[in-house]
Design a protein around this ligand. Structure first.
Ligand SMILES: Nc1nc2c(c(=O)[nH]1)N[C@H]1C(S)=C(S)[C@@H](COP(=O)(O)OP(=O)(O)OC[C@H]3O[C@@H](n4cnc5c(=O)[nH]c(N)nc54)[C@H](O)[C@@H]3O)O[C@H]1N2
Ligand SMILES: Nc1nc2c(c(=O)[nH]1)N[C@H]1C(S)=C(S)[C@@H](COP(=O)(O)OP(=O)(O)OC[C@H]3O[C@@H](n4cnc5c(=O)[nH]c(N)nc54)[C@H](O)[C@@H]3O)O[C@H]1N2
Ligand code: SF4
Ligand SMILES: [Mo]
Length: 692
């Protein structure tokens, strides 16, 4: 075969938990992937990948990849393993699960999240397997639950404006989001809008890379976003900056909202609550009430607080008040996920539960579950997830993982912090080595991921591991024999009009297809919200039925509002995404660690000075839950009273074997039982001992 004939370009999709879901082209020569690039034909990707994923081939072919199944030989956590064969590994897992299932299948818990967002490898054969088994069900609350349920109350679902239209906006509010880091392709559109004269305002306690490039930065206190939105509403109403016609036709409960806002939430109250000036609240409201089109990009940072759900719901009321939804470049977007209509039931087969309703375990409370749940969890199957690094309150999580009577299987690409506690470690394929289909939560395209190369070493796709386990468990339903490409087809087999024409064969060969929506999609220009009333619900019966105030209200952060706690732990601790990591992914590899340099803590000079801390000092961040050691960077990034540690570092590459989650809490949010990583008070002190 000639060299040319041996070379081909394969359409793939970035697997990561990132709103951009990029279309990637992978060049394969003689079976080896030699080049990766963003697909220039895909409008949202526009030919570029972020710095992290531009080096994806280096991660794929890393000598540190897991290549064989292994069995633990040292104590849990020590990371000592020996190679075993797949037969031995799967036979043992099946035998252990069978024995536990005979007694009580709910003693088995799947523990997975979004290491890959592909529909097949994220949740298909695994879901079928655990449903058939009757295992405990994991409530996956680590990321977006609060915001998701907040949006549901106001807008009716995870829907919003088309992110592709941001370049036409004249006012852009980046609300609790750092798009240069976490949403790069939206940032390109924001920059384009700015070039055309748009005003761009960041609302963030942290002067992030994005905030410093905006026209204006409003540095409010963490967890106070709901108060800011209520104060803005007060100004919008009193100054008549509202769209009466839009309100009359397409909203529910305006009169009640108006009264409540006028009575309780004047701008001076909002300013005091948020730790900003009254002028900032008023100016923000005036800009928002007068500049068109006005687009709000809300992201998940602001909802990782005890009051995060109600805050997201409150902010989501703003576009309807001023009629911003009328234009395609106006409105708000947190996620676009519910515009898709995949056939989830065909993929996951909940019918295999046969009427059983196993107990649900909240992922954000994994530490508590593993140490106290009754009946206890006796087997944990971890995949697409690195809970020892990413779940809150690490000491509890580690205490759970250290239990000698817990049987733990970890499937991953690398020997993660979590894999160190496994009884059996299984090597998984990366995105280039398996098939998948993707939706996005940050645009409106469906992506296909064709297999580019053969699995490295003995690695297997998640789906194949569960297929083989199902066979050993004696699950003889035909659905356990579906191939990955059949699963891709099943996911897409939907009769929803927006899914028209979207098919696996097309996606596999051309990489992407847009949902069937108009070019200038203004989803709620004439109402049509997916709420029970079809309107934007200022007044929410859905909340009322849960015993929650049906009108927007201020739900403060839990720890910062606790005076006693604040005396001991006066600083609010944020641990938002680091630019060159994707959650904890990439944080084990030298190239990406070098990009980030070292685990550090951004501090304001005032907070550092009061503690005798200088730039470059080692500091210990601590509270009653634990501590971690970081390098202080004294700069103008964090506002006074707030300290910021870009995350998520692996513990084994951190100075004292601890990371940000050694101090975060397992408290859950007001709506959706979501994690509250950023609702966390700490103290910081200088440490003079050298770092490990
Ligand atoms: N490079 C990179 N990209 C990522 C990720 C990553 O780890 N690295 N993670 C991915 C994932 S899983 C997700 S969920 C997404 C979105 O992830 P998000 O967590 O929404 O991330 P960011 O866009 O960085 O926005 C976080 C910003 O919110 C700010 N913030 C924190 N608390 C508050 C608050 O109370 N109010 C306001 N207004 N701001 C606050 C932080 O200072 C930070 O600048 O990003 C994805 N993209
Ligand atoms: N302190 C703090 N903690 C946080 C956050 C924060 O901002 N601050 N963010 C939270 C958020 S938003 C999220 S979404 C969670 C994310 O938490 P996770 O979803 O656990 O994300 P990662 O840390 O990236 O770990 C994913 C793991 O899946 C593996 N993986 C990838 N693809 C595959 C595959 O095909 N098969 C298998 N078996 N494994 C695969 C990767 O190698 C990686 O080890 O973390 C949360 N934790
Ligand atoms: S991580 Fe996000 S920006 Fe980077 S390539 Fe993947 S989808 Fe695109
Ligand atoms: Mo997330």
């Amino acid at each position: 075969m000639s060299a040319e004939a041996a070379s081909r370009v394969v359409h793939t999709a970035c697997p990561h938990d990132c709103p951009d879901t990029c279309a990637m082209l992978v060049t394969v020569e003689n079976g080896v992937a030699t080049r990766i690039q963003g697909d220039p034909a895909m409008p949202f990707t526009d030919g570029t990948l972020c710095t992290k994923v531009a080096h994806y081939l280096e991660r794929t072919y890393s000598p540190e990849r897991l290549r064989q199944p292994m069995r633990r030989v040292g104590r849990k956590g020590a990371g000592e393993f020996r190679r075993i064969g797949w037969e031995e590994a799967l036979d043992e897992i099946a035998a252990r699960l069978k024995a536990l299932a005979r007694e009580n299948p709910e003693s088995i818990l799947p523990c997975s999240y979004a290491g890959t967002m592909g529909m097949v490898q994220y949740g298909s054969m695994d879901r079928r397997f655990f449903y058939r088994l009757g295992a405990s069900v994991l409530d996956r609350t680590l990321c977006s639950s609060a915001g998701k349920f907040g949006l549901k109350a106001t807008l009716g679902g995870s829907v919003g404006m088309d992110p592709e239209r941001f370049d036409d906006a004249r006012l852009i509010v980046l609300w609790g989001t750092n798009p240069i880091v976490s949403n790069l392709h939206l940032w390109s559109r924001v920059q384009e809008a700015k070039r055309r004269g748009a005003k761009v305002i960041a609302i963030d306690p942290y002067r992030s890379l994005s905030a410093e490039k905006c026209t204006q930065h409003v540095a409010l206190l963490p967890g106070t976003d709901g108060a800011l939105a209520l104060g803005m509403m007060h100004v919008l109403v009193t100054e008549g900056l509202i769209d009466r016609e839009y309100i009359a036709h397409y909203t529910l409960g305006y009169e009640a909202l108006r009264q409540s806002v006028l009575e309780k939430y004047p701008p001076e109250w909002a300013a005091r609550t948020c730790g900003i000036s009254r002028a900032e609240v008023v100016q923000l409201a005036r800009d928002y009430g007068s500049i068109r089109p006005a687009a709000i990009r809300l992201n998940y940072g602001m909802q990782r607080h005890a009051g995060g759900g109600i805050a997201a719901r409150t902010i989501a009321c703003l576009p309807a008040l001023v009629g911003a939804w009328r234009e395609a470049a106006g409105g708000l977007v947190l996620t676009t996920a519910d515009f898709y209509s995949f056939d989830q039931a065909a993929l996951e087969r909940p019918d295999l539960l046969r009427g059983r309703r196993p107990r649900a375990i909240n992922h954000a409370r994994l530490g508590e579950t593993l140490t106290t749940a009754q009946p206890p969890v006796r087997a944990l199957i971890v995949y697409n997830n690195n809970p020892v690094a990413v779940c809150p309150e690490s000491e509890k999580v580690i205490a759970g993982f250290s239990r000698e009577d817990l049987f733990t299987v970890v499937m991953d690409h690398f020997q993660t912090d979590t894999a160190d506690y496994a009884d059996i470690v299984l090597p998984s394929t990366t995105q280039l080595e398996h098939f998948d289909v993707h939706k996005s939560y940050g645009h409106l395209y469906v992506l296909g991921n064709d297999r580019a190369i053969e699995p490295l070493g003995e690695s297997l796709p998640n789906s194949e591991v569960f297929r083989r386990l199902a066979q050993r468990m004696g699950f003889d339903e035909p659905c356990f024999r579906d191939s990955d490409e059949e699963l891709c087809r099943a996911a897409l087999a939907s009769s929803h009009p927006r899914m028209k024409g979207i098919a696996w064969e097309k996606l596999k060969h051309s990489g992407w297809q847009k949902l069937d929506v108009p070019e200038r999609f203004a989803p709620f220009a004439r109402g049509g919200f997916p709420t029970p009333s079809g309107k934007c619900e200022f007044y929410s019966e859905y909340l009322e039925n849960q015993g929650i105030d049906p009108l927007p209200f201020y739900n403060p952060p839990a720890e910062a509002s606790d005076e006693n706690l604040r005396q001991r732990y006066p600083l609010a601790f944020l641990s938002p995404p680091a630019r060159h990591f994707l959650n904890s992914t990439f944080a084990n590899l030298a190239r990406w660690r070098d990009f980030e340099r070292e685990p550090h803590l951004d501090m304001h000079a005032r907070d550092a000075g009061a503690r005798g801390i200088r730039d470059g000092d080692r500091v210990r961040v601590f509270n009653d839950r634990g501590s971690c050691t970081l390098r202080a960077r004294v700069n103008g990034k964090a506002r006074p009273g707030v300290v910021v540690a870009p995350s998520v570092w692996w513990k084994k590459y951190s100075p004292d074997g601890a990371n940000a989650n050694n101090v975060t809490s397992q408290r859950t949010s007001d709506l959706g039982g979501g994690a509250t990583f950023y609702d966390c008070q700490v103290q910081v002190e200088r440490v003079d001992a050298p770092l490990r």
